[in-house]
Design a protein around this ligand. Structure first.
Ligand code: ATP
Ligand code: MG
Length: 509
């Protein structure tokens, strides 16, 4: 079979970082090729180079066995390459249809032939089982649908090579199954697909080949049916990895965090939280499962003092904290790993060492009455960088230049090294590689064993199931179910999460 993509000896540098170091990757036409590797390994850079967002410093690209120069996404689209980025690039107030045709209008003037276009897109949607509501505004559809819109958009531009960068990070298990059906269908119809992912079960489930990157280099090309998750993980990380969390029985103590009948009505008048009650005991991890946008963010923001609930109570060791601001709540013994690391967790133009003491500057450990203790701040950073394997291991590196997974490690390091009694962890391993996940999971379990009360919010069911001692499911602003342990099937959780289990949900109300 001929190659659809040949990236030959590609090198790409950013200042001192060699993001891609003499990388050669060949993808057979009509196949699904997984690209895996640690955070910062260079996966996104390589694919964005193929898509024309970066120019390689050295190397050549061949598409369908012809050497090409790709100076911009415009060039790559003309060559039949489409890319679905991890952060979707749709325009929320426009309709699905408008988003699909945006920038691809085929007519000479600005007016598109609505009827003809709708018919064309409907036909494509049907052919590839990409069901989308064409006249609905993008802001009103969920992430799973948005992703289909992105795929449809690429196909409408006649892409026969499709690159997806961590497409399942925000999907429910059901949506992931749907996406994989679509990918299989696309392959069936002759398309070539490159899939970047950190999830090895996905690699095994759908790919024909898998290439592994580490530190800018390719360290292995494997045929999926002839390998296994252990082998891939070892290649990725360079050592054997525990793919399962080791966890002893939990011995929950007294409730530490208490949430009672919490409601929150947002500025638009939407009731984002509807009488939410839960508690988290010392020595336990309570996992909150749910599709994003069902109130989890507001719940966490209320608890951490970022927004004020409309009614209800939140207590730490019986003491009311509603009405305190974030700083005051932290002072009462709360640590927070926020879901939006750029907005809430980091000041990305500061150095790693400064981010590692963010909101802790005032502690006597780091400052005296007159000045900051520079040596202590640096040695604190050196210690945490080493412990959490932050790369680059340079306390003075500016956080903006770190890969997503490494930015996340900086936040985790800061929040888990504080001596807080309650830890709120939102999507703690989103975008983190398996070595990093193993480490973060172990750290959370150790914190639990030392008596911390941990509230874990995650869209990743594997994470919920493997870490939680009890599981609460949120749907539409409510806790619709609390499982007393973690012995529940993913599919059953999925039903509660999507509100499909209406009867059971009514029962839970
Ligand atoms: N625009 C940029 N400027 C400076 N450095 C960059 C830039 N983009 C990427 N890098 C660096 O290049 C390296 C590779 O980054 P890349 O984003 O390709 O990694 P990745 O494999 O996609 O990682 P992740 O799994 O965390 O998404 C990292 O060290 C990163 O810090
Ligand atoms: Mg990436």
């Amino acid at each position: 079979m001929p190659y659809a993509i040949e990236l030959l000896n590609i090198t790409k540098r950013f200042a001192r970082t060699v993001a891609n170091d003499d990388v050669t990757l060949k993808v057979l036409a009509g196949s699904i090729h997984a690209l895996v590797g640690e955070n910062g390994a260079g996966k996104t850079t390589l694919m964005e180079t193929l898509y024309g967002l970066y120019q390689p410093d050295a190397g050549a690209i061949r598409i369908h066995e012809k050497e090409v120069t790709i100076k911009s996404p415009h060039d790559s689209i003309k060559l039949g390459i489409g890319m679905v980025h991890q952060h979707f690039m749709l325009v929320p107030p426009l309709t699905v249809l408008e988003n699909i045709v945006l920038g691809a209008e085929t007519t000479k003037n600005f007016f598109i032939d609505l009827k003809k276009t709708t018919a064309e897109i409907s036909e494509l949607a049907e052919k590839f089982s990409l069901n989308v509501p064409l006249t609905e505004k993008v802001e009103n559809v969920g992430v799973g649908i948005q992703q289909r819109v992105e795929i449809l958009k690429a196909i409408y531009r006649k892409a026969d090579i499709l690159v997806l960068d961590e497409p399942t990070a925000v999907l429910t298990p059901q949506e992931t199954v749907q996406l994989f059906k679509i990918l299989a269908e696309l392959k069936e119809q002759g398309k070539t697909i490159v899939l970047i992912t950190h999830k090895l079960n996905e690699v095994m489930a759908i790919s024909d080949h898998v290439s592994v990157m580490r530190k800018g280099k390719i360290v292995g090309h494997l045929e999926t049916p002839k390998t296994n998750p252990q082998e891939i993980a070892q290649l990725m990380v360079g050592r054997p990895v525990l793919l399962r969390v080791e966890k002893s029985e939990h011995k929950a103590g007294a409730p530490v965090l208490g949430v009672k009948e919490l409601t929150y009505v947002d500025r638009r008048g939407v009731e984002a939280l509807k009488s939410v009650s839960l508690d988290v005991a010392s020595g336990e991890i309570l996992g909150i499962a749910g599709v994003e946008g069902n109130g989890q963010s507001q719940l966490v923001e209320c608890i951490t003092g970022l927004i004020r609930p409309t009614s209800g109570s939140i207590t730490i060791n019986g003491v009311e904290i509603v009405g305190l601001n974030a700083r005051e709540v932290f002072a009462r013994g709360l640590a927070h790993v926020p879901e939006d690391r750029i907005k809430r967790g980091l000041v990305i133009d500061l150095s790693i060492k400064e981010n590692l003491i963010l909101s802790l500057q005032a502690l006597p450990q780091f400052s005296s009455r007159l000045s900051m203790k520079r040596a202590e701040i640096t040695s604190n950073a050196e210690l945490l960088i080493q412990k959490y394997d932050v790369r680059p291991p340079d306390p003075n590196a500016i956080t903006r230049g770190l890969s997503g997974g490494n930015q996340q490690k900086v936040i985790i390091a800061r929040e888990l090294s504080r001596n807080a009694e309650v830890i709120i962890a939102s999507q703690p391993t989103r975008g983190v590689d398996i070595g990093g996940i193993e480490f973060i999971h172990r750290t959370l379990v150790t914190a639990r064993d030392s008596g911390k009360a941990i509230l874990l919010v995650s869209a990743d069911l594997n994470e919920i199931l493997s870490l939680s001692d009890r599981i609460a499911v949120m749907y539409s602003g409510r806790i619709v179910k609390i499982f007393p342990d973690n012995k529940v099937e993913e599919s059953e959780l999925g039903l509660y999460m999507t509100g499909s289990n209406q009867e059971l949900i009514r029962e839970a109300k």
